[in-house]
Write a new protein. Structure first.
Lengths: 838, 259
């Protein structure tokens, strides 16, 4: 245990729950010469783990977070440090009761045992609660608490027993050396360790440590207030740490939980109190620990009153004293997700940060797998550090969004809910025109993208009931019937879609073709001017991305991918570059503007402003050409994500406004409508059965299941080929299908429209589970105005993946009948793709 | 009976004390504030005396507006009212502090409020001057007992004890009197939630004390100096059951167990 080695295979910095879990999982996967260091003393080095309330509620609307949490519970149980207490999230408002119905649907989708209970049942389970102020609860019997410090000790011991781990506590990192973009050593106050791999598991200190290597981890320390009161007479006769279920008072952003003879009351309701990682006191300077700051009671006043309402029996008792009160520091991120993976700035430098107790062992397992063979079992794409653009890495963004997100910790967050802070970060060159057209902007990767246009309101009269108006408030939120009107107008005439948010990078060099051939599934050895749509796999055959590639020359390819995960895709491309420099990747995201023109009149429109022959013969589907439009030299690519004749048109960013204006003016005689992302990403896409990464496409599914196989597999080797061939030789465990909602009418006579992630069941409510144990749930949902139905995509076990099969979908506590309309990738609208090829 | 407790807001240090750049103050950026343990016990003693004898308790401090936190903390465990002698945050030495407290007590007396007992902590947690209580007693012509670890009030007489070698010094003084207590006289209670909420809603009476005239003040503070740190040494005695004999040896050596 003593003495710092000169050299290590990997140095894990931070011995909280994350670092301990990392050391253990790396050891388990065969890593040796692991060194774990922490500036504090063990077992509690003074970070957030030491003051955590240590309880675990399992259901999250995010599949990824739920998967990490469920795996963590499994691991904590194996370690013998999990005490099951059950947990009840209680509602004081009708809105919260509705949210619980939605939460129950998520629990069902992710396979968690939970139920809605009435106040009497809550009182039965938690006798000291004031049930009269409650409307009901969401009860999860599997909720519990863990001893996270003990778990850490056990994991260190296990790794040590494997002969894999050297631990050095009270060792402070003073620097991280980097050479040629790769980490080479960790310097500490007790000596320097040469290593090619470093894991930053430093919680609230992570940004500071990363900066030593020139990398960024965009999180901020923030205060979470907690008090502990006791001795509680009601707990006098209980044995052990916890007997009564943990209560989360969702509408007040608080929790109340038994801790031995005490009751802990914690809050996410107070004003966001952020700190800079550089302001955290040292261990020596701290009265308690660096992450336990002096309690600021003014911030807790309101919560005290609210807690008194919920547990008056305990808190009104004058004999029960406030024995401990802290402002505990924890990590917040600008999008609320953890920050995992190799940093984009420094090879060999890994971040496992902004991870809470409830998900730490599961995340550590996934990251260790990622570090070992690149194929984590649970897809971490929403948590990938590579998701951040440069504009995400600045304090103004981190602080604004973390503060805004803090009070949503227990919030009712709509799946389309937009951030209010730090907007207008990235603007399309046509933004000024879009504002004039009354665009309602949603944000993607910092870009302000029109979701629909107020100027299209007149279309509502034109299309009447075909816009499928929504009466229920929930699915009308962040939505407008104008979306569906734009959709119909595009299908009838022609629409212009702003696509400035695309991430675009050029792949150049003598090795470009061979490199791409080895990276993507589909054939890239095509003629110049061909457009290729292709998925990308990891070595295990999991789906990493899907995107288009345009071959512009012998040694020149242009990759176009979605903005949301564009930087992650870019890292995938750059990580696979050959070391000899024969290929380079150039990021053109901020250089190229993209506008889509689609619809039956798209050719007429563009032809009216160019002399280039745009006829089907001269410019067939799946090709790209350089075309001059109104004095702007553009690249036009004849593809479509909405299933219409038309093009993606790329132009220099600074000429984007001119291109937009030219097309807009030219479009007037053809009835052009500005079309928002509501159509592009949902209605147009779903009618065509196009899969979206993060919805249908993720590591959890393969191309066979997704119905994306082609008749043959190219001869060339590519990442994941062996696994892909094996997948093709095996019957799929589930098949992606498009379903239509037969009757959306609820029991109260209101039409309801699912938004995604709802469980699919048999008509009598039995959940569908495939041979790999995965439940069927809605991967995408939206209107299909052209066919007048609400459509859903879902992976179904083969026995249900039969056209015409009657099933049901659970939505806000009711089941709605659905029918399997399409099995596989055939579009539900225009199945022959006649429009695209027109 | 009426009891007045005087407290002082001080930084709540737990770890290494650091000084501000000019070395004139403790760096309190990361620190909370509290009162000394002696003063916590004084407040607790006041609450108990009023619970037993009836009457009213008052807490008084001289300090900045932020010192209301310490007054509310005292009210949260049951002190009835609070007086803040509000300063602009500059240090007041014991001479000036005692003078301001005396003036406040005299003003209270003029308004018809007199105190039977003035409780102080034995010394402040930061400056440790051991003076304010004694100076107040002197100025008001009251008897004063310091270092008190036990206090009883019967028929207008205070019986106070303080540790003296292996035994006790026992004092009896007529009220009104000044008593400076030491930690250990009682075990202060934690505030209850209702107590905290009540304290939040209570009025704090504010008085702006007259700044001391030049020449009356005591020695001026030039700067602070930190004592040399004594390096702590950690010795691992062993792990598991094998460590037990070594632990027993240590416990015997420091007098917790007898051999």
């Amino acid at each position: 245990m003593s003495g710092l080695p000169d050299r290590a295979r990997v140095v894990v910095i931070g011995a909280g729950i994350v670092g301990n879990s990392m050391a253990y999982h790396l050891a388990r996967l065969g890593w040796r010469e692991i060194v774990l260091i922490d500036k504090g003393a063990l077992p509690n080095p003074g970070g957030s783990t030491g003051h955590a309330s240590n309880f675990i509620f399992t259901t999250d609307h995010s599949k990824e977070m739920t998967a990490f949490t469920l795996d963590s519970v499994r691991q904590y149980k194996e370690l013998g440090v999990f005490t099951q207490s059950g947990g009840i999230e209680v509602a004081r408002t009708p809105e919260r009761m509705e949210e619980f119905k939605r939460r129950l649907a998520s629990a069902h989708s992710w396979g968690i045992d939970a139920e809605l209970i009435d106040p009497a049942r809550i009182k039965e389970l938690v006798p000291y609660i004031e049930a009269s102020i409650l409307l009901g609860g969401f009860y999860t019997p599997g909720v519990g608490v863990v001893d996270s410090l003990r778990a850490g000790t056990l994991m260190r011991e296990a790794a040590t027993a494997m002969g894999a781990l050297t631990i050095s506590a009270q060792t402070e990192v003073t620097g991280i050396d980097v050479a040629d973009g790769h980490v080479t050593a960790v310097r500490t106050d007790k000596g320097t360790i040469e290593t090619g791999t470093v894991v930053i598991a430093c919680g609230i200190w992570s940004p500071r440590i990363a900066r030593m290597a020139g990398a960024t981890i965009p999180l901020t320390p923030a205060v979470h207030q907690m008090i502990s009161v006791g001795p509680v007479p009601a707990f006098a006769d209980t044995v052990g740490e916890i007997t009564f279920p943990i209560v989360r008072d969702m509408d007040t952003n608080m929790y109340e939980r038994q801790h031995g003879g005490d009751l802990e009351v914690g809050s996410y309701a107070h004003r966001p109190i952020l700190m800079s990682p550089d302001e955290i006191p040292s261990i020596a300077e701290s009265a308690q620990s660096p992450s336990e700051l002096p309690f600021t009671d003014d911030d807790f006043d309101l919560q005290m009153e609210q807690a008194l309402e919920l547990v008056p029996e305990i808190l009104r008792d004058e004999r029960v004293g406030v024995r401990y009160a802290i402002n505990g520091l924890l990590s917040l991120t600008p999008d609320g997700m953890p920050i995992l993976g190799e940093t984009t700035e420094v090879h060999g430098l890994w971040s496992v940060a902004a991870v809470w107790i409830k998900e730490a062992p599961g995340i550590a397992k996934a990251v260790a797998e990622w570090m070992t063979h690149g194929t984590p079992e649970i897809d971490p794409h929403s948590s990938d550090i590579a998701r951040f653009y440069d504009h995400h890495r600045v304090a103004a963004h981190i602080d604004a969004r973390s503060a805004e997100g803090f009070n949503k910790t227990y919030g009712i967050v709509h799946p389309m809910e937009q951030w209010a802070s730090n907007r207008d970060v990235r603007l399309s060159p046509a933004n000024i025109r879009q504002r004039e057209l009354g665009a309602v902007f949603f944000e993607a990767a910092g870009w302000e993208r029109p979701f629909w246009y107020g100027s299209n309101e007149h279309l509502l009269a034109e299309y009447g009931e075909r816009v499928m108006p929504r009466a229920a408030e929930w699915e009308s939120r962040w939505w407008s019937p104008i979306v569906n009107a734009e959709h119909l107008a595009m299908r009838d005439r022609v629409g212009m879609v702003d696509l400035a948010a695309f991430a675009i990078f050029d792949v150049l060099g003598p090795g470009a073709m061979d490199y791409l051939q080895g990276l993507v599934v589909n054939q890239v050895d095509v003629k110049n001017g061909r457009v290729i749509y292709t998925p990308l796999l990891n070595t295990a055959g999991g789906i990493v991305a899907d995107l288009t590639i345009i071959r512009l020359g012998r040694d020149h390819f242009r990759v176009v991918t979605g903005g949301g995960l564009g930087m992650r895709d870019k890292k995938w491309f750059t990580d696979h570059l050959p070391p000899d420099g024969a290929v380079q990747v150039h990021d053109l995201t901020s250089s190229l503007y993209t506008v889509g023109v689609w619809g039956p009149r798209a050719r007429d429109l563009v032809q009216s402003v160019t002399s280039t022959d745009l006829s089907n013969a001269a410019f067939p589907f799946g090709t790209a050409q350089t075309v001059e439009i109104g004095g702007v030299r553009t690249l036009m690519s004849r593809i479509s994500y909405v299933g219409e004749l038309g093009w993606e048109i790329y132009a220099p960013m600074e000429q984007g406004l001119r291109l937009w204006d030219t097309l807009w003016a030219a479009g007037q005689p053809f009835g052009v409508v500005p079309v928002g992302i509501g159509v592009y990403a949902t209605t147009g896409r779903l009618e065509k059965g196009y899969r979206a990464h993060g919805n249908e496409l993720e590591l959890d599914f393969n191309l066979v299941e997704a119905g994306m196989t082609r008749p043959t597999v190219k001869d060339a080797e590519f990442v994941g080929k062996a696994a892909y061939l094996a997948q093709r030789a095996t019957p799929p465990a589930a098949i992606l299908c498009t379903l239509t909602v037969d009757d959306p009418t609820s029991s109260t006579g209101i039409r309801r429209y699912m938004l995604g992630r709802e469980p699919i069941t048999t008509p009598d409510g039995t959940f569908l589970v495939d041979a790999r144990g995965r439940r069927s749930y809605v991967t995408s949902a939206g209107s299909a105005p052209s066919i007048g139905k609400h459509v859903l995509m879902a992976y179904l076990p083969p026995e249900y993946a039969v056209e015409g099969t009657k099933l049901a979908v659970e939505f806000f506590g009711e089941r709605y009948p659905v029918t399997v309309a399409v099995v596989g990738s055939t579009p539900i609208f225009d199945p022959e793709n006649a429009r695209i090829r027109a | 009976m009426n009891v007045l407790v005087c407290v002082k807001r001080v930084p709540e240090t737990g770890g290494r004390v650091t000084l501000t750049a000019d070395a004139r103050d403790i760096d309190t950026r990361y620190l909370g504030f509290t009162v000394s343990p002696h003063e916590e016990c004084a407040a607790e003693e006041a609450v108990r005396l009023i619970e037993a004898n009836g009457g009213s308790s008052t807490v008084l401090t001289l300090g900045p507006e932020a010192a209301s936190d310490q007054l509310r903390a005292a009210m949260a465990i049951g002190i009835d009212r609070a007086i803040l002698l509000e300063t602009d945050g500059q240090d007041w030495d014991p001479v000036a502090t005692a003078a301001a407290i005396v003036a406040a007590i005299q003003a209270e007396a003029a308004a018809g409020v007199s105190y039977d007992l003035l409780l102080f902590g034995n010394e402040a947690a930061d400056s440790g001057d051991f003076q304010v209580g004694i100076r107040v007693a002197l100025a008001l012509g009251l008897p004063c007992i310091s270092g008190v670890k036990s206090l009883e009030i019967n028929d207008g007489v205070a019986t106070a004890r303080r540790e003296a070698g292996g035994g006790w010094d026992v004092f009896e003084v007529p009220l009104p009197a000044v008593v400076a207590v030491r930690e250990g006289i009682n075990l202060p209670r934690y505030p209850s939630v209702p107590g905290r909420l009540r304290a939040k809603k209570k009025e704090i009476e504010r008085i702006v004390p007259t700044a001391p005239a030049a020449g009356l003040t005591g020695p001026a503070k030039i700067r602070l100096r930190l004592p040399a740190e004594t390096e702590g040494r950690v010795e691992v005695l062993g792990t598991g059951a094998e460590a037990a004999p070594a632990v027993v040896d240590v416990l015997v050596r420091i007098g917790i167990l007898s051999a």
